[in-house]
Each structure stands twice: as C-alpha cells, then as structure tokens.
Design a protein around this ligand. Structure first.
Ligand SMILES: Nc1nc2c(ncn2[C@@H]2O[C@H](COP(=O)(O)OP(=O)(O)OP(=O)(O)O)[C@@H](O)[C@H]2O)c(=O)[nH]1
Ligand SMILES: [Mg+2]
Ligand SMILES: [Zn+2]
Length: 287
C-alpha cells in the first residue's frame, strides 16, 4: 500500500494512508543504502501481523529540504515574530533562499503583531511585500488565521522559522485543538525553548497537509556561486539584463541596476543589506 510519512522519531516512522496512522520501520535495504526517509515522503509499505508498518520503498520526491528535514512541499510559510524573539533577518532570508533554490513557493507570516506598534509592523511587512505574499497572524486572538487557512488549502505546507515565534500556536488555531505542544520564550535569552522537537504532518482532511517543524536559531546557506545567490532574490529579477556588466552580482560594480533600484526605494534597503551579508558568507564558503 501507499502512504505518507507523517512523523519520524529515532528510526521509527509513522505512516498515514489518510485515515489510519501506523508506526513502523524501514526495510533493511532502505537503511543500508543510507537513504534517509523524510517526513512528507510517499512510501510503499505493508502491515505485519503485529500491526507494524514495514516500509519497502520511497516514491520520487518533488523536492526536499535539509532544514527543516521535509519533502514534497508545495509551499513553505516562513514564520517569524514581529518581536519576542526579535526578527533575525539573516536567518529568515536564508530560509527563503533555500526554498527559492528548490523551487518551493514561499509565503511570509508575521506573528505577535500585538507586541509592536502598527508603524513597526508596517515596516517589517514592507521588507517582504515586493517579493512575497505577506500575512500577519495573531496566535492569541486568532486574527489572520482564516486568510492563512485559505491560502494553504489543498496543499502540502510547512510552517518553518525560529523557535518561539508561534508556529505550533498557529497549527493549534487551525486544527482547532491542542494538537501540538507550545512553549514560552525565555525571559533570560529572549529566545524560544525549542518546544517542537520533530517534524509532524497534520492532515486537515481536505487534502491539506500541514507540517509543524522545530524552530532553528541559525541556518547555513547551501554552497553556491555568488551569481547563483543573486538569482535567488526575487526582487532582483526585474533588473535582470539591466546592469552594465552581464556578470554583475550587484555589489560594488558601477552601473548596477539593482543598486539603483535600492536607491530609488523600489527594492527594500534591508533586503539588499542582508543580501550583502549573505554574499560574504557565500564567498567564505568558496575559500
Ligand atoms: N503575544 C503573542 N504571543 C504569541 C503569539 N503567537 C504565539 N505566541 C506565544 O509564543 C510562544 C511560543 O509559541 P510556540 O507556538 O510554541 O512557538 P513555536 O514557533 O512552535 O516554537 P518551537 O516549537 O520552539 O519552534 C507561546 O508562549 C505562545 O503563546 C502572538 O500572536 N502574540
Ligand atoms: Mg513548535
Ligand atoms: Zn547589478
């Protein structure tokens, strides 16, 4: 039979056929090939006499990510808080770049709008408005949940972002129960407590598969060339072919259309500054 891996813990996998979830293991040859199974994988499996699933094979993946370790996404919602924890735009933009590199659709979801002024919220929104679909959700009141729910309908969607931003809180709002454990943000460090430890898919019954994922504090960019990085920033695409030099990576080159767009306020300055930071990282990798 065919099913989807909805959770994996210490070598055990939970496989769902849409109505029943069975726990089991991968057959020896799958393990020997060191082929990792991802949450999200479509697998061939059988159920033994003692009711355990044995996974025999994996269907070809549409896509997969290493962090969070998931496969077959249609959309990844990058979730971060307006405050508490403070947004780390380097990390957030890296998550976007990792998805762009895999061709996975991205949406931005800003949580905890109640902790900042509306001006501050607008400023954060404006950072991503020209690149992505931006939503605001208040996990405490549920405001914004309906529109998020609409956007994810029928798709395989992961909630990903730093620890403590409210991913599991969103999930509980949508599932309508305390399905996922949530935790507070530490007063001392201002960071989340890594409450969610494993990726888990919640099947919403209408064909929507919602992946809750563990929060991260840092991310590494996949190894790539500087030109590749510049191609993964959606705001830069409108400038393609307009820089003086064909191999312009929009740093110090004269006649750069991207820098001009930044100066004119068409491309948000913050996004460009983060791009420059990440470019340093990409160059370090190549040394
Ligand atoms: N003020 C405020 N607090 C929120 C909001 N959404 C979530 N929280 C709180 O933020 C804390 C962290 O929420 P979680 O849902 O556990 O965060 P998470 O992103 O799943 O964290 P990890 O599982 O560690 O990655 C909890 O105390 C929530 O009650 C919001 O919109 N406003
Ligand atoms: Mg969580
Ligand atoms: Zn340029």
């Amino acid at each position: 039979m065919q099913g989807r891996i909805v959770k994996g813990i210490g070598g055990f996998y939970f496989v769902s056929d849409g109505s029943r979830v069975v726990m089991g293991k991968a057959r020896g040859n799958l393990k020997r090939n060191k082929e990792l199974l991802y949450v999200g994988d479509i697998v061939d499996y059988e159920i033994t006499a003692d009711g355990e699933a044995i996974i025999n094979g994996v269907a070809r993946r549409d896509n997969s990510l290493i962090r969070p370790p998931v496969s077959n996404l249609n959309l990844l919602v990058v979730v971060f808080a307006a405050s508490s924890p403070e947004p780390n735009f380097n990390v957030i933009d890296k998550m976007c770049i990792a998805c762009e590199a895999k061709g996975i659709d991205i949406a931005i979801c800003i949580t905890k709008p109640d902790l900042v002024s509306s001006e501050e919220l607008d400023e954060i929104r404006s950072r991503y408005d020209s690149a992505y679909d931006v939503m605001t959700v208040n996990g405490m009141t549920g405001a914004g949940i309906d529109s998020l729910r609409e956007r994810i309908s029928g798709r395989n969607v992961a909630l990903a972002g730093p620890s403590g931003v409210g991913k599991s809180t969103i999930l509980n709002n949508i599932v309508g129960a305390q399905s996922a454990e949530t935790g507070t943000v530490s007063d001392k460090t201002g960071r989340g407590r890594h409450t969610t430890r494993h990726v888990e898919i919640f099947e919403l019954g209408d064909g929507t598969n919602l992946y809750d994922t563990p929060g991260f504090t840092s991310l590494e960019l996949p190894s790539m060339e500087p030109s590749e990085l510049s191609n993964l920033i959606p705001e830069f695409r409108a400038c393609r072919g307009q820089c003086r030099y064909a191999d312009c990576v929009h740093m110090k080159e004269p006649g750069c259309a991207v820098k001009e767009a930044v100066n004119e306020g068409v491309i948000p300055e913050g996004r460009y500054d983060t791009y420059l930071n990440l470019m340093e990282e990409v160059k370090k990798w190549r040394k």
